[in-house]
Design a protein around this ligand. Sequence first.
Ligand SMILES: Nc1ncnc2c1ncn2[C@@H]1O[C@H](COP(=O)(O)OP(=O)(O)OP(=O)(O)O)[C@@H](O)[C@H]1O
Length: 685
Amino acid sequence: MIRGMMGMKFLGNAILVYRNYSTYSSSYGVVQKAKSGNWYKGQNPKVSKPRIRWTDEQENVLEYVRGGFSVFITGSAGTGKTILLQHIIKTLQKTYGKSGVFVTASTGIAACAIHGQTLHSFAGIGNGVGDRQMLLDQVSNNKGAKRRWNKADVLVVDEISMVDADLFDTLEYIAKEVRESDEVWGGIQLIVSGDFFQLPPVSNEYSKRKEFAFEADCWDASFDRQVELTKIFRQSDERLIKLLQSIRRGNIDPEDLQLLKQACSASEPDPSVVRLYPRIADVNNVNEERMNALSEKKVIYEAFDGGVKPWKLTFVGLAQEKLVLCKGARVMLIRNLNVWRRLVNGATGTVTGFTKADNRISININPENLLPIVKFDSGPEMVIDPEEWYVTEGSKIVAWRKQMPLILAWAISIHKCQGMSLDQIHTDLSRAFGCGMVYVAISRVTSLDGLHLSGFCPLKVKASPKLAELELKEFLASDESESDDDENEDATEDQSDKKNKKRDKYLALPQSGDGSDEDGEDNDQDMEVTFNTGLEDISKRILEKKNREAETVLEAQLRKRREKKKAKKNKSKYSSEDETDIENTEEPDDFFVEEPSVKRSKKEKKQHEEDKEKEAEASRAELELLLTDDKGADTGVKGYNLKPKKAKGKKGKEVIDEEKIPTVDEDPRFSALFTKQNNGLEHFY
Ligand SMILES: Nc1ncnc2c1ncn2[C@@H]1O[C@H](COP(=O)(O)OP(=O)(O)OP(=O)(O)O)[C@@H](O)[C@H]1O
């Protein structure tokens, strides 16, 4: 039996490495006469699609979403928030149609993972600078933005940790005003996901008192359910899980330190291991240096963009405008190509050459029509085809980009790696700044063996003291002990009707809790995993106390009103909050990079304050860079002209009207967006 299986495995590998082209190479490392752009095409045995078995916690979330509830999903890195969100989006789209579900994330990279747009771009608030009245005016003057707000049945927001409290409150205000509704968020169902212990919002002078979205005045009232996922999937080693939990909270104990010491190997790890840096400048330097050190001819891929909104201005993703590759370049996949073969987002490999495509598949990104061949660290070697990325607004595709699904991967920034799973990392944290950064970096790795550290200092492990409060609030949000009162008689029948209809629609949904989709295009996974973790306390309490069946529409309405009142009362709660970062009192260890002594003279204190301000400035700049385009472009997108008009030029072509933009459903060219196998899974792990 075992021999049989080994035989199968050998056959599989043999098929995998079979090269359907002749073997002479040119100076580019180009392999000529390729018959197929990709070895898997037509040669790989069909693999039955593995499925995910949702845990009880994840099932609960699905249930709440189907029940029409607004839900906040949180949990440590690797607990399956993103993958669950992807499934939720599909479920919601089946209910409301794609045009009623707006999918957003705080950053372009995160938005790309769920086929959405940035929250700023959805909202029509440009770069979000201005008071709420100014921003409301901006939205009111933007026909497209108003239409989006009015059409939205559901708003999905991923990576909420990077959305600040003011923005959250402002958007809730805009929603109510634009939709002319007194309901929280103007009656939009809100599905929000993120981990506040990961990267925080870009801090600004106004965010001293309120920083995180959970501090927003409307936060508690915005959600019917707040659920924490507790089963960690990315790592299985208990020691690593404990270490990560300590780092997440900003408290490392001697045992954790010992593990970190081991990871600080004095000798340089294998140069093929991806390096993670806090700052983009270091990333670029390393990639450039390594690339220049290779004396191979360079092959350039220029992105081919389309759509009514310029890609660069509307969106930022990992797909690069200009990608330079050569034989020997270390690369990372930024798309899931074959989950079963572990060729997923974050998979690393080395370019071994290039092949001329047998069709014109890459001609518009590389005039020589060359396709790179990558030998992945996990074993397979394959020809990489170009991929397409889409930015959607509801059901409309407003921008798309064609590019190779690769980035240079000798080094990447910690901001860019948020969401990835990596088998091995080498991270230099000497320039880490702000809270959550060390946690984001280290929580990417799947095993302790794969962790290599340098420039580590325990004082860099920081979590905002405000997060202790968050936990309390999560529990409070699930506490239904308060008595009912009749203060909400003004709940109009109209609103109840609307909610009723919404709920009926949901209840009509098939209760597919196994993660399978009717259309069979669900998430591929590299294995079938069947976990039955049992409910964690918090989920139990939520379930027991909030029986969806028992809560009528009117009760829901009343509860929301109560929560709103409560939120108002809480308003003053944070004004006296201590702003200082937690200071780790661990004795400095020779093994780690030393930080300056915590005890400071007045002069030193002043200098320290100045340094902190500089660091905050750097942090802001770095994060703004992330929130905008790779080159800092995504500021002030003013929308586009919706009126058809004659463009300049002899033929006087009509400029496209937004209403004429083909929808995903009607245009077969875009159908791949929702039918391609890897789309359900496309996120950065
Ligand atoms: N129910 C499940 N069964 C098996 N694997 C799962 C399950 N849920 C999630 N996973 C796997 O766990 C890994 C991490 O999932 P995911 O990236 O969604 O986590 P996350 O919470 O979004 O992490 P991060 O906060 O770091 O972005 C993925 O490989 C995913 O396939």
